[in-house]
Ligand binder design. Structure first.
Ligand SMILES: [Zn+2]
Length: 412
């Protein structure tokens, strides 16, 4: 994490202190990027529910229970204040990928931050082992600097039958020794490995990951129902983009979807972009797993936050047309161009989920999975001041990360 600025608690901050003057959005003024803030008038989404006409105080990098002296008061009446979004599964954005240079990684991080993702795990795609080891080293440094929350290795230990946008020639069975090599290369920053647990070495690899505190995620898999249960019993806790890159739900062969949805130990990732899932599939998953076991992810590739065109996903070429990314060869869907602010808006306006459930799936659940609930994932005193300001139509209007505005709120 970034270095914290410790500010001594003010002796007595009178409630409603207005030392910094009031800024009302929509009147041409804008808040300062940093400094103590008191946001007032918003629908503040807390773990216990939404507080109407609520307020939120920020001092230094944290949310605080009492308004700090000299706070700049910002009236955001009619807006929603929600926790910063946490993305467990993301390959890039802004024309750059997490398989690229440090500069590429930062470009992708900044692109998603501007869309409300204040914490993200950088996902790799299948590649040569030595390239993945090298990339793990680079990403672990950026994790140490607080730019990313860790690394998710998607592949190469996945099924050729469900390879999606991964290079078939580079796939391999999940040998625990090789899994270990990636964990070691990530120097404590490996957060998740997606693997096809039915392949030889799959269950032993799940055990190894669980022992090392790394999430074993079942995905790009051809496993049956019983095989999936065996992997969950061995310690797998996440379903990588449920429904996508796995056998469909079938009444005689319920497959991984049924096993992953019914098990309380599993959180299911969903890509809510309107392309990867039919709204009815999303509703089925949400109803069955419940809001506490869903994590909305982007699975974004380079084109997220940019536009249509040709891009690379690891070693494969991708054509993005009307926001849908497909492999040039074969036409498989190749990740998304989603950002989590769009996932939020879609969840509330199209899928008709409650704002509270959407916040749970976008912030609280992924924060819990990453073991970061003490710092992020909800708007509570003492936690990082990571927040997103949305207007009444759920359009993003502001983003704050660790007490600094990434997107300074202003209305035309
Ligand atoms: Zn992915």
């Amino acid at each position: 994490m970034a270095t914290e600025r410790e500010t001594p608690a003010p002796g007595s901050a009178p409630s409603g202190a207005r030392g910094g003057g009031e800024t009302r959005l929509g009147r041409g003024s804008r808040p300062t990027p940093t400094g103590p803030h008191l946001l007032t008038g918003a629908n503040v989404v807390l773990p216990t529910g939404t507080v109407k006409n609520g307020r939120l105080a920020i001092e230094g990098t944290r949310i605080t229970g009492t308004p700090p002296a000299g706070a700049q008061v910002i009236d955001v009446t009619g807006h929603w204040l929600v926790p910063g979004f946490v993305d467990l599964h993301n390959h890039g954005g802004g024309g750059a990928s997490f398989s690229g240079s440090a500069e590429d990684v930062l470009t992708a991080v900044r692109t998603h931050r501007a869309h409300g993702t204040t914490t993200l795990v950088a996902s790799t795609v299948t590649d040569e082992m030595d390239l993945l080891v090298r990339q793990a080293g680079l990403l672990s440094e950026l994790a140490e600097q607080g730019e990313i929350a860790g690394i998710h290795f998607e592949g190469p230990f996945i099924s050729p039958c469900r390879k999606g946008a991964h290079s078939e020639g580079l796939l391999r069975d999940p040998d625990p020794a090789e899994v270990r090599k990636l964990i070691d290369a990530a120097r404590g920053r490996a957060k998740m490995v997606t693997l096809a647990t039915e392949l030889p070495g799959g269950i032993d690899s799940v055990r190894l990951l669980a022992e090392h505190g790394v999430i074993a995620a079942i995905g790009h898999t051809d496993a049956g129902y019983e095989q999936t249960i065996e992997a969950i019993d061995a310690g797998a806790t996440v379903a990588t983009h449920l429904f996508n890159a796995m056998p469909a739900l079938n009444h005689r062969a319920p497959g991984p979807v049924a096993a992953l949805l019914e098990d309380e130990r599993v959180t299911v990732e969903l890509i809510n972009d309107g392309v990867h899932l039919h709204p009815a599939a999303l509703e089925l998953a949400f109803r069955h797993a419940g809001a506490d076991r869903v994590a909305f992810i982007t699975d974004a590739m380079d084109a997220a936050g940019t536009g249509d065109g040709r891009y690379m996903l690891g070693p494969l070429e991708v054509e993005v047309s009307e926001g849908v990314a497909r492999l040039v060869e074969g036409g498989s869907i190749a990740g998304s161009t989603l950002t989590l602010d769009r996932a939020f808006r879609r969840a509330v306006t199209v899928d008709k989920l409650s704002v509270e459930d959407t916040v749970t799936a976008l912030s609280a659940n992924p924060a819990r999975l990453l073991g970061l609930s003490d710092r992020i994932g909800s708007l509570e005193p003492g936690k990082d001041a990571d927040l997103v300001l949305l207007d009444a139509d759920f359009e993003l209007k502001g983003v704050m990360r660790q007490g600094e505005w990434v997107v300074v709120p202003q209305l035309p």
